[in-house]
Design a protein around this ligand. Structure first.
Ligand SMILES: Cc1cc2nc3c(=O)[nH]c(=O)nc-3n(C[C@H](O)[C@H](O)[C@H](O)COP(=O)(O)OP(=O)(O)OC[C@H]3O[C@@H](n4cnc5c(N)ncnc54)[C@H](O)[C@@H]3O)c2cc1C
Length: 385
């Protein structure tokens, strides 16, 4: 049986950021990362701009599992799906290995949401990992007709990337503008129109009802229009936290694994962070919160109780030809309204979300993205009220 002081399930940005923080604070703790995949470390956000920046999976990858292990003095167990956690005995079961831990961290991430009624066929995929991205690349070749389902952050970024690389891209959206919920309508319109100016075929439809295979084409059944054929369909309708193992371990789970302000779950010595976690009632699926979480959780695990800080955390929508930066408004706060501050595309477009007089979020487009720090300073010191 393997003995570990701190075992981390997951080798995504959350798992590895935490391992790095722990090692920075402590030279001797035995840290074990257990992961279902090959354990390579890469910045996941790069996947949706890789074509534009002429990056390949190899050049996106920062380090292999072996390199992470050597650099940080950690053990990385790869291709090992954790099937059971026995919290009473502090035991983890994965493949044919058993690991005994003192502290355990769930960093199990998220998975793509499946569209109800849609049974995936070959040529229909989602990208939420490097392995998914490799699948996408293996199916892309010149003059491909691609449909992207969903006009949210990931769909918009992939549309930009594929259009810039010369693909024939359509996007089906259930709403008239892009990035619904993240930006006000005027900026969502600008984003949609920019993609259309790059060649996007924008389709509005109440929802894709099904897909099937006809020869080497994917036939898409829409709600409001005739079926259409594509070479490739990329589903980008959102992600949901990976919580199956947590539920099986009897951790308290709502949308994500519920933790307190220190990242502690409902079971002793078990923590959670990253896309799988729900902290302060928020399931934040971005890199900036993961950085905040990993700094605090590392300290708490090593004995210095440190609450997770959530300052305003900007999100960059990665469309290099249409700069857009925003601080999203948290779901729990949707009480106020967007106000347009500047609306001139040449000078920059600025909208701010106010709840009474309190600034809760903002969106900056074009030249206005240069004012990001100025706007960040106007935000309250914490997004937790
Ligand atoms: C295309 C794309 C673009 C993005 N762009 C941005 C951006 O611009 N800015 C931004 O802030 N965020 C962005 N994000 C979101 C950001 O990348 C994620 O929030 C972050 O990478 C999540 O990291 P994670 O470690 O929590 O989860 P994941 O990366 O999902 O990692 C989960 C890990 O857990 C492992 N695992 C799960 N279950 C088990 C099990 N039972 N046993 C063993 N291992 C298990 C998996 O193998 C994996 O290693 C983007 C995401 C995508 C997909």
């Amino acid at each position: 049986m393997l003995q570990s002081d701190i075992a981390i399930i997951g080798s995504g940005m959350a798992g590895y950021f935490l391992a790095q923080q722990l090692r920075e604070l402590n030279d001797t703790a035995k840290i074990t990362v257990i992961t279902a995949n090959d354990g390579r470390f890469y910045p996941k956000p790069m996947l949706s701009t890789a074509l534009y920046h002429k990056k390949t999976p190899d050049t996106i990858t920062t380090a292999t599992a072996e390199e992470m292990s050597a650099k940080y003095g950690i053990e990385v167990i790869t291709h090992a799906q954790v099937s059971q956690v026995l919290t009473k005995d502090h035991l983890i079961q994965c493949n044919d290995k058993t690991v005994q831990y003192k502290k355990l961290v769930f960093a199990t991430g998220s998975k793509a949401i499946m569209i109800p009624g849609v049974v995936p066929v070959s040529g229909f995929l989602s990208v939420n990992s490097m392995e998914d991205y490799e699948q996408l690349l293996s199916q892309l070749d010149d003059n491909k007709r691609i449909l992207i389902i969903g006009s949210g952050l990931v769909g918009v970024e992939f549309a930009h990337d594929l259009l810039a690389a010369g693909y024939d891209v359509s996007m089906v959206s259930q709403v008239p503008n892009a990035l619904l919920g993240l930006v006000p309508d005027n900026i969502g319109d600008l984003c949609r129109d920019h993609l259309i100016s790059m060649g996007l075929n924008w389709i509005e439809d109440r929802g894709v009802r099904g897909v099937c295979k006809k020869r080497d084409q994917v036939v898409v059944q829409f709600s409001d229009r005739e079926d259409a054929e594509y070479d490739l369909v990329l589903s980008a309708v959102g992600i949901t936290p990976n919580t199956e193992l947590a539920k099986q371990t009897n951790l308290e789970v709502n949308k994500g694994i519920i933790t307190d302000e220190f990242g502690r779950t409902s079971q002793d010595d078990v923590f959670a962070l990253g896309d799988c976690a729900e902290i302060y009632g928020l399931n934040l699926t971005y890199v900036a919160p993961i950085k905040q979480q990993s700094q605090a959780v590392a300290k708490t695990i090593l004995g210095q109780q440190t609450p997770i800080q959530y300052p305003a955390m900007p999100v960059v929508v990665k469309m290099p030809t249409f700069p857009l930066t925003l601080v999203p408004v948290r779901e729990v706060e949707i009480k106020g309204q967007w106000q347009s501050v500047e609306n001139d595309l040449e000078k920059g477009v600025i909208s701010a979300f106010y709840d009474q007089d309190q600034l809760k979020g903002f969106a900056l487009a074009g030249q206005a993205t240069k004012k990001r720090n100025e706007w960040l300073q106007k935000m309250p010191p914490s997004i937790i009220t």
